[in-house]
Design a protein around this ligand. Structure first.
Ligand code: HEM
Length: 411
């Protein structure tokens, strides 16, 4: 049953506990909801969200100057426009697609094998805390060309950066903590960037150092911001997606059995996970002029949040949208990782995620490795599934049990 909307607030504990219960009422009765406490608008219908994300004349990414720049230590890709955006985006895209992606596949598999191996003999692992989180950060470090052995300290700084970007309200103390994390991360990165300028390798940092925009090389500040941008963008949603995929499969044993029998359904299971439970739940924009959405006028200068979870469950677009069905006919696995995607988990328009192909390869490679290893996988006894996060959302933990295997079986 949907919650009663009269005292609805995106900032309420009810919403934080389970936003999915509110989405139908939100779309139907408050499709353009004004949240007075933060003076922002929350847009939830699929067609309105797509409009906000693709009408670049009316909606800009200006909000990120306040919401991201202080912890990115400079402008992020999503803030840029025009030729600068196209040029810098191309550099990042190249590092995560084509032949670069082929090379990364092996690194993903090797990292995943090493991380899961110690858990196989005991038949129990927390797929979020003990596996997904370290894996996502280690893989990103490898692609960037940073030392994987530093993952714990980078993860700690990253969590401050992520907290800053994903908080809707924040105390001055937490804000100071997050900015401090970002400063430490910057201090760690700057000497590495200088070193790559002198001795380039085959990694994203070296490529960013060598890249030119408008005849000028990127400054160390530009490179730092792009690295933190990729670190935050690649790590935060990836571990959540893996946890969410396994949660859906465990909750739907018939679909899990079907996937085991037909592993070629994995892209479809991943696409449906992203539609049904998108890890990035909110995308902010600024309306530069007054604009009407679903009969409500949003004033010029307003902050507008796209509620991706609600848009992805809009019955105007998806049949029985609250049902997880990896074989649904109205999604399309192949296009779900491209600009033609029906779901909006990767955003849409000029700023659509540059990591969609990468994350597809990452999660598919890891899930294809795990599924045969985790025979008879189920929630650990006594575990009660819970999610957290309003801006980005995923399982708090995912302890699972499975049939124990001898250590050698991971290889
Ligand atoms: C399941 C995993 C992921 C999800 C759900 C996701 C989601 C998103 C979304 C919703 C946006 C649009 C933001 C906006 O319009 O303001 C975005 C942008 C972006 N994503 Fe991802 N992302 C994922 C993985 C990755 C990975 C692995 C990378 C690694 C490179 C990445 C890098 C970026 C970057 C750099 C942008 C900004 C692009 C631009 O402004 O041109 N993401 N992502």
């Amino acid at each position: 049953m949907p919650t009663v909307i009269s005292d609805f607030s995106v900032l309420s504990t009810d919403y934080a506990h389970d936003p999915y219960r509110s989405f139908a009422e939100l779309r139907e009765r408050r499709p353009v909801h004004h949240e007075a406490a933060v003076d922002s608008w929350f847009v939830s219908r699929h067609r309105d969200v797509r409009r906000v994300l693709t009408d670049h004349e009316t909606f800009t990414t200006e909000t990120l100057r306040v919401r991201a720049e202080p912890v990115m230590r400079g402008p992020v890709l999503a803030q840029m426009a025009g030729a600068e955006h196209t040029a810098k985006r191309k550099i990042v895209v190249r590092a995560f697609t084509g032949s670069a992606l082929k090379d990364q596949e092996e690194a993903i598999r090797t990292n995943a094998q090493a991380l899961i191996a110690p858990f196989l003999p005991c038949g129990r692992v927390d797929l979020v805390g003990e596996f997904g989180k370290p894996l996502a950060i280690q893989i990103t470090l490898e692609v960037l060309g940073l030392d994987k052995r530093d993952w714990r300290k980078v993860a700690a700084w990253h969590s401050g950066v992520a907290e800053f970007i994903t908080s809707i309200v924040m105390t001055p103390e937490r804000r100071a903590h997050c900015v401090h994390c970002a400063e430490e991360l910057e201090e760690y990165l700057v000497p590495i960037i200088e070193e790559r300028r002198a001795r380039p390798g085959d990694d994203l940092i070296s490529r960013l150092c060598a890249a030119e925009y408008d005849g000028t090389a990127l400054t160390t500040g530009d490179v730092t911001a792009l690295i933190i941008n990729v670190l935050a963008a690649a790590t935060e949603p990836a571990d959540k997606t893996l946890g969410l995929l396994f949660r859906h499969l465990i909750d739907h044993p018939a679909q899990l059995a079907r996937l085991r029998a037909r592993p070629e359904l994995l892209p479809a299971a991943l696409a449906e996970t992203l539609r049904c439970t998108p890890p990035v739940q909110l995308i902010p924009r600024r309306a530069v002029s007054a604009v009407e959405l679903s009969g409500t006028t949003v004033p010029a200068g307003s902050t507008v949040f796209c509620v991706i979870g609600a848009a992805n469950r809009d019955p105007e677009v998806f049949h029985e949208p609250d049902r997880f069905d990896m074989e649904r006919q109205d999604l399309g696995a192949a296009r779900s990782f491209t600009a033609a995607a029906q779901h909006l988990a990767f955003g849409a328009g000029l700023h659509m995620c540059v990591g969609a192909s990468f994350v597809r390869t990452e999660i598919e490679t890891v899930a294809a490795l795990l599924l045969p290893l985790l025979e008879d996988v189920r929630y650990a006894s006594g575990f009660r599934y819970a999610e957290s996060g309003v801006y980005t959302r995923g399982p708090v933990a995912l302890p699972v049990e499975f049939r124990p295997r001898p250590r050698a079986a991971a290889r």
